[in-house]
Every structure is written in structure tokens, then in C-alpha cells.
Design a binder for this molecule. Sequence first.
Ligand SMILES: O=P(O)(O)OC[C@H]1O[C@H](OP(=O)(O)OP(=O)(O)O)[C@H](O)[C@@H]1O
Ligand SMILES: NC(=O)CC[C@H](N)C(=O)O
Ligand SMILES: [Mg+2]
Length: 506
Amino acid sequence: MCGILGIVAKSPANQLLYDGLLMLQHRGQDASGIVTAQGNTFHMHKGLGLVRDVFRTRNMRALAGNIGIGHVRYPTAGSANSSAEAQPFYVNSPFGIVLSHNGNLTNAEQLNQELFRTDLRHVNTNSDSEVLLNVLAHELQESTRNGQLDPATIFTAVAGVHKRCKGAYAVVAMIAGYGLLAFRDPFGIRPLVFGTAESELGDEYLIASESVALDTLGFKLIRDIQPGEAIFIDEDGNFYNKQCAPDASLNPCIFEYVYLARPDSVIDGISVYETRLNMGEHLAEKIRSTMHHLDIDVVIPIPDSSRPSALQLANSLGIDFREGFVKNRYVGRTFIMPGQQQRRKSVRQKLNAMGIEFRGKNVMLVDDSIVRGTTSREIVQMAREAGANKIYFASAAPPVRYPNVYGIDMPTRQELIATDRTTEEICNEIGADYLIFQDLDALNHAVSKVLPAVKSFETSCFNGNYITGDITSEYLQTLESQRNSNHSILQTKLNTQLDLSLVFSE
Ligand SMILES: O=P(O)(O)OC[C@H]1O[C@H](OP(=O)(O)OP(=O)(O)O)[C@H](O)[C@@H]1O
Ligand SMILES: NC(=O)CC[C@H](N)C(=O)O
Ligand SMILES: [Mg+2]
């Protein structure tokens, strides 16, 4: 669930891009990058780390031009610590294209072989996003055989991408000397919105993973890019759009509402904050009907993402809501950190219990989700150490039992705490006295209630129903064994079949 951003402005875009990426930092903490375009020249700076660490004043000065794209990365393919996989990616033919991708291709391996053998293109990293860029480049080359590039040929190329690429992708790309392109996969799994701002010289456009970037940069949200739709804004600010997939349907990832997105964002017309309040409301109903002895003294959220749900849950049950954990504001999100050791250590550094809220009390701890159980295991232990009497634990989402293949890094069942465990067993595993999960129907309802027109969600991590229809148990097994042997899909392929990659020193 990386963060992507694109801008067509009337004045230098570098600061807007930097500020916008800061607003999307919660979507990716491993690498960040910006490319601007000035005439036919791209200016690029990218590297490993947070936005504030990657960009120095001298880097910002070098990012000249009024249009540009940016990326913050949370890796799902390739490796986390490779600066070569930081985005945006660049290809020099046709025209010169740069691309930022949020999502994950499920047929990257097959595409990589096609690119190499048939399209005669070389992908030099293990990133599926570089594969995606090369597919787009090839399709653009095919659709502009007479050398004439216009919106119609660009949209034909995007239609070609939709035919070849499987999985989830929200994309912003720039074509040197032409303009900014953005599109979303035909299932609309990953989010992408755009908006405008008026300037004295005309309208400016901003495209972003989440509406929060528009709000803070002074842009007015126009709408979400539709599943399968592409929009193109040329360098003069002329706007074009087209539906490029014949059978598009909207199925936003429900985990965006549970955890990934900021609560102040609106995704596919649905306020993330409202869905989280609803999750708390529904969970409270389930608690009322299943916990017959309601002896909870206090409801305590696990900062940050569970706060709205916990607050609403407490209100609905009529129980005190207290901030029992203090969060260190300098430690980022632990779930999206690479490596279990770092995640576990960071939970301890990030959250500290306040004794007064726990001592002798029956506490109901509320989190948005339990995935690997890293947070809940540590938190329950902290609550015990702080002197809690009974520890009840509530998750605003159902148990995560299946791998995600659409842009969230949970590819193996072994790492999920709920795999092959009942609720009671999970409860024992995290050391709580009682554990309650939201039901999937209730979660669906909590989200769709905000905008009933959206009827379908991508919920595979909860029910194993993979909406794109191409995910077989063999695919998941291969993914698992590759992860277990510390090889990414593409790494294995590149080593065994092509063996041609260049490795640039860092
Ligand atoms: O069961 P786990 O594998 O620990 O994953 C779930 C936890 O990870 C996330 O928190 P995170 O610290 O990433 O971010 P937050 O501050 O937004 O809550 C999420 O909010 C849960 O607390
Ligand atoms: N989370 C994402 O959107 C990841 C994008 C891409 N698959 C990568 O690994 O870099
Ligand atoms: Mg959390």
C-alpha cells in the first residue's frame, strides 16, 4: 500500500510533491522518491528512508519543473532494502516514461518472461513495478507506431496494460514532453483520487492515493479515478479521461478502511473515519450480545489506528474511554516495517502503559486488527505488567487468515497468528483473558453503510476470496515457499532463468 502522487502545476512542483508525500508517509516508510519534468528532461531523486531523510535542500533545488510524480514505498515484491527498487522507475523508450505504483502484480513472473523474450525489454530489479512500467512502455510503443502520441494512443496503451497485467495497481506516470497519466486497475482495489486548485495561470491538478494529500495542499477533491479508467493531463493542463477496461467493477480493499488509510481520507466516496466509528459500534453490539458479564471498567485504544473504533465502542457500551498507552511520536507504524524482529522491538519503543489506567482494573483493549499478533502479544504483556486485573481484547476487524496478494505484505499463512487457530487459541497465544473479533458481515456493513452504492469490497485476507480470479492454491504455495526460502518471486526467476541482471552498486 505505497503512496503515490502526481502534480501538474503552473509553478514549480517540487515543494508540493514533498509536502504531499509527507501526507502519504503512513502508506510507506521504506523508500521515497520524486521525479519532476522540465520540458523533455526528467529530474529524479530517490532513496531508502522517510521523506524527511531522503530529500535535502540541494536535492529539492535540483527538482525543477512544474509537473512531477512521487512515491513512498512499502515493499510487497523484491526486497525492502534495495535502493534500486525505490520508485519512481524510469525507462527511456518510447519517449521517456517514469512511473509510481501502489499495489502488487500477481502475474509479474510471467510478464517478466514475456517482456524479456517477446518484447525484448530488460527489467533490472526484482520489483513488479518495474515490470508494470515496461509493460506500459511496450504498449505505448505499439499504440504509437506512427510516432504520434495523443490521448487516444495513450488510452489504447492503458487498455493493453489492463489486458496483460493481473493484480492490483494504482499508477501515476509521466511521459517526457507530454504530460501526466494516471490509472487504476479494473477491480479498483487500490485507491486513487484527483482534484484541482485554481491558480492565476489556470487550473492545477493533483492526483494522490488519499484525499488527505489534496486537503492539506489546498486542492479540491473532484472524484476517485474509476476502476479501469485512465486520466491524462497534458503539460498545458488540458484534461482527458477514458474508461479503458471493458468489464470494470469497484471492489476497494477493505483493509484500507480498517488500517491502511488515514482516518481523515475519503476513499471511493467513503469516509475512513466514519467506517472506523461504525466498526466500533458493531463491535460493541457483538460484545453486548456475547459477553454476558459486562465487567469492563475501562476501554483503552491501541494507538494510533484503533482510536475512532475504540472511542465509539466505549460510547456505545457506556464505559469510560481512557488513553492507557502513550505513543512515542518518533516511531512509525510497526506493521509496515520490514522484518519481525524490528516490528517487535518497535512496539515496545512505540507504546508505553500508564499504570494508573491499568492497576486493579478490568480493561478492554481495542485494536483495529490482529495480523501477526506482534502488537497484541506485547500490549497484553504490558497491561499485565502495569497491574491490570482482567484483560479483554477486541479487534475491529475479523481474524486475518489468508495471505494478501494485492499490495499488503502478508504473503504467508504461517506468519498470521490466526492461521489454524480458533479464537480461544489466539486468545491464549496473545495472553488475554478474553478475545473478541468483528464478524466479516459486520465489517462489510460498517463500511458500506457510509455509502450503500459501494457494494463489493476486496476482503481476501479475511475470507480467502480473491476477486481477480487468478489466484490458485498453487500460486499461494509458491509464494509461501519463495518467502520462506527468502527469495522473492522475481529473484527466483531472475536467478534461474534469465541470469542477466546488472547489479548497480549503491
Ligand atoms: O498483529 P500485528 O501484526 O501487530 O498487526 C496489527 C497492528 O499493526 C498496526 O499498528 P501500527 O503500529 O502499524 O500502526 P498504527 O500506529 O497506525 O496503529 C495495527 O494498527 C495493529 O495495531
Ligand atoms: N505496497 C505497494 O504498493 C508496493 C508496490 C510494489 N509492489 C513494491 O513492492 O514496491
Ligand atoms: Mg496499531
